[in-house]
Design a binder for this molecule. Structure first.
Ligand code: ADP
Ligand code: MG
Length: 112
């Protein structure tokens, strides 16, 4: 966890459209470019911290870094679920996050 706390800022892009639809937990995805800018040896798994969309308020967040074993992703993704109910989607906005702590490694599940 030597990379923590870690600050990151980037545009929210379209992901696979799975978060909200299948799980009820939308995750704001960073672009491939931002994902590649992460330290290459940062552990995959679930993290927590703070997040802010555009010039909005700061909220708690949970973050997934990795390959989402259940979905067998090929590309690594970095996805933020903000603990806040937004009135509308915010694709194209700038998301700023501070990763503060690590919760657990990635896990596979028997079902959605
Ligand atoms: P995608 O696969 O395109 O990332 P998701 O189903 O994961 O689709 O939904 C993510 C999108 O939902 C975000 O890009 C954002 O615009 C919107 N959204 C709404 N509320 C939240 C929230 N609380 N946390 C993260 N994203 C949210
Ligand atoms: Mg997503």
């Amino acid at each position: 966890m030597r990379h923590l706390p870690y600050f990151c800022r980037g545009e929210v892009v379209k992901g696979f459209g799975r978060g909200s639809r299948e799980l009820g937990v939308p995750t704001a995805n960073f672009s491939e470019q931002v994902v590649e800018s992460f330290p290459s040896d940062i552990s995959t798994g679930i993290y927590y911290g703070w997040a802010c969309v555009g010039n909005g308020d700061v909220h708690k967040m949970v973050l997934s870094i990795g390959w989402n074993p259940f979905y067998k992703n090929i590309k690594k993704s970095v996805e933020t679920h903000i603990i806040h109910t937004f009135k509308e989607d915010f694709y194209g906005e700038i998301l700023s996050i501070v990763i503060v702590g690590y919760i657990r490694p990635e896990k596979n599940f028997d079902s959605l």
